[in-house]
Design a protein around this ligand. Sequence first.
Ligand SMILES: [Zn+2]
Length: 203
Amino acid sequence: MDTLYADFHIHTVYSSDSLIQPKTFVDMLSAHNYIKVAAITDHDSVRACKAVRTLASSYPDILIIPGVEITTTAGDMLVLGTEELPPKPWSPQDVVDYAKSIGAVSIVAHPYRLYGMGDVARTLKVDAIEVLNGGSSTAANQQAKQMAKEIGLPGTAGSDAHQISELFSVCNQIQADLNIDSVLNAIRKGLITTQTDAKPIHF
Ligand SMILES: [Zn+2]
């Protein structure tokens, strides 16, 4: 297995609130000197995933994890490893069950920020908690980290980028091979640490 660096929370223009174009994003990822894995997690949409993966296929050293950020009835949840939307209704438990049924990974996004599900996360059988979100305050991230520790779940990091300058502001170091199944397994097994010192590349 290799040591890989990954950003697990990125929005493209297919999220109505993001300015990031798929092509620019793929160019940024391939230009980055160590982050080579990234998850596309638009709000309630998987429309960008295919386009991004097609663009990325010309670069053998980068890996795109198709995913989505679902607006569940209790707060935001990331699903990594899906190119389809979960069937509605989007209760947190339904989304967790969907992820399990297709071999995807469910992650509670920024639990202690706006649109986060807070302590509801403690009651769910998710695979991980996002403990380092690029758009959250230090206090909110600390609180998420503490919860993940208390309930014994791995923590993940994601920039939650909605514009180019926000990409790769934080990242995960994972022990995995450069393929989707291996990366998802590393998250499940907790072969992952988070770090804030990722430096964005500016063109
Ligand atoms: Zn987000």
